[in-house]
Design a protein around this ligand. Structure first.
Ligand code: C5P
Length: 259
């Protein structure tokens, strides 16, 4: 097994989703952003942070083009002494994380899981997550205060026509709500335990798990929160692509002030 310095951090970049909502007809990780495939930007962003002794990218099986793109970053990572590997992801995001967990190098004690769909995450966010892990957190997530009022809803029908709509069933206090981003950082053993616990969950319970922190919460472990960044947007819709390109090379670039 590959070895890194004891006490090192590995960063997993999950890039095995289909990303059809972008409407490009190719997996999201291959969609170009300011001339570079999204996954390459994400990998280069992680290399730049200096937090990773190992980078492992999970990509869809049977995508030789994406494999070639990822491998083109291998030399850049290795030049910085970073162990670099690519694994085949799975059907669900948690399957892709599990595949990457199996290839973690000897000596790694903390791990960050990062979405390839957030290629603009500033180094400051990685550094804040790394600092909280060093300060003893077993799980730490970056997040932002929510600006919209959030409602919970349920199916309903309009009184006069019976037309199917939704109705409000609750309004959680906005002051305690946070929008959660990646990279999410963990003590490696804790994340491994959380994934082992996930094997005992039902399919419905698993389908409700949308991030790694939820798996750790299910263990009863405390999950700490550090400041995220508005630049860490998750690229999901064509509008997100426009914003990301404007941040990278458009009129918003000179105003890139957030760490
Ligand atoms: O689908 P969603 O936008 O939540 O995906 C978030 C991240 O998880 C993306 O970077 C995507 O490539 C990754 N993913 C994955 N394997 C899956 C599903 C999603 O690596 N099966």
């Amino acid at each position: 097994m590959t070895e890194v310095k004891a006490g090192s951090c590995a960063v997993v970049i999950v890039a095995a989703g289909s990303g059809q909502r972008l409407g490009y007809g190719v997996p999201k990780a291959r969609v170009p952003l300011a001339g570079q495939p999204m996954v390459l930007l994400a990998i280069r962003g992680v290399i730049k942070t200096g937090v990773a002794a190992q980078i492992c990218v999970a990509i869809p099986p049977d995508d030789p083009q994406l494999l070639t793109i990822c491998q083109s970053a291998a030399a850049e990572a290795q030049a910085k002494g970073i162990v670099f590997s690519v694994v085949e992801g799975g059907a669900e995001r948690s399957d892709s994380v599990a595949a990457a967990l199996a290839s973690v190098a000897e000596g790694v004690t903390t791990i960050m899981i990062h979405d390839a769909a957030r290629p603009l995450t500033p180094s400051g966010v990685f550094n804040r997550v790394a600092a909280a892990l060093r300060d003893g957190a077993k799980a730490v997530i970056p997040a932002l205060a929510v600006v919209d009022t959030i409602k919970t809803v349920a199916p309903a029908t309009l009184p006069a026509t019976g037309a199917g709509v939704e109705k409000v069933v609750g309004t959680p206090a906005r002051s305690v709500l946070r929008a959660v981003q990646t990279p999410q950082g963990f003590d490696l053993d804790t994340l491994r335990q959380a994934h082992a616990h996930a094997l005992t969950l039902s399919d419905d319970e698993l389908a409700a798990i949308t991030d790694d922190a939820m798996l750790v919460e299910a263990l009863g472990e405390e999950v700490f929160v550090v400041q995220g960044s508005t630049h860490s947007l998750k690229i999901t819709s064509p509008t997100d692509l426009l914003v990301a390109e404007a941040l990278l090379e458009g009129p918003l670039r000179p105003r890139w002030i957030e760490g």
